[in-house]
Design a protein around this ligand. Structure first.
Ligand SMILES: [Zn+2]
Length: 66
């Protein structure tokens, strides 16, 4: 099985994703509703990663509340 975000090999510890970063992208897509228009275009993936990092950086996360 390959990562649904970037199509790289999945990490068994976090499958179906290859990394926590892609898992975050997946979560952000669900949260933002962009799953309505899936794309595997590399440019779109990079844009999604950038948008995710910005979104995560602007939101409080449980691991930053201490
Ligand atoms: Zn991935």
């Amino acid at each position: 099985m390959s990562c649904p975000i970037c199509n790289r090999k999945s990490d068994p510890a976090i499958r179906p994703f290859c990394s926590a970063r892609c898992a975050d992208v997946d979560l952000a897509r669900w949260l933002s509703g962009t799953y309505a228009m899936p794309s595997t275009d590399p440019d779109d993936v990079e844009a999604a990663l950038d948008a995710t990092e910005q979104a995560l950086a602007s939101q409080p996360r449980p691991d930053r509340l201490s």
